[in-house]
Design a protein around this ligand. Sequence first.
Ligand code: PDD
Length: 285
Amino acid sequence: MRTVYVNGEYMPETEAKVSIFDRGFLMADGVYEVTSVLGGKLIDFAGHTARLHRSLNELDMAEPCTDDELLAIHRELVERNNIVDGMIYLQVTRGNPGDRDFAFPSADTKPTLVLFTQSKPGMAESPMAKIGMKVISIDDIRWGRRDIKTVQLLYPSMGKMMAKKAGCDDAWLVEEGKVTEGTSNNAYIVKGNRIITRELSNDILHGITRAAVLRFAREAQMEVEERAFTIAEAQGADEAFITSASTFVMPVVEIDGKAVGTGKPGSVAARLREIYLEESLKAAI
Ligand code: PDD
């Protein structure tokens, strides 16, 4: 049984409780982060912490604790649950005001802080990296602040189910004819030596993996173009791939039933995956 963390305490998962009045439960008034663990170490903890601060700040939500405390909790959970490879999920909500009200509660309402681990032994050797993913495209009907990592994940969850129903692995979201991102990842195409991915704005989540991968790509003398692309352009590209904390770099080989490039994972995505894993492991804490 897992040991989880709730508001200052470590306890068995079966004993963890959050109030029915919690704003996270009633209003999806909460933000989250997912940090990968490889070889017992945290991947890009500083990046995830920085984005957590940003999400909290954008929503006028209180910081639940200091960065040092957050790091200590992450490490304690890795240790107590013997996590070698996997993820740590963290969620902060606006807390429990003791009733339901649309207005934000007074500032003395304590935020709720929950963290738990998900063990995924051999996560870096996912078979999907060798096969590649199939995606469908769907309309992006999410709200306008996708840069904030909130727990309002109903539509991304529905998108994942639409993909499954179509015999695919994930969905790419399309707005005004252009791909925004995947249901829970950032989207890329490759043309020759050039990597193309949508520019940062309120339309997409500012992926921590995205930032690292683009930095490594530039260091490896690949060209990076930050602009939006259409599904047709992606279908005609040499390669396509996604990035996220839990999938790292994952090739996409089919979009809406059309093969991308050779229909097999491409060499650019494979190389970026290798560099990303190698460099992230070196910097893991
Ligand atoms: N998802 N875009 C969306 C909509 C996401 O939900 C995520 C992350 C990303 C990639 O961000 P990062 O590289 O920082 O993980 C992009 C996480 C993994 C999840 O919901 O499980």
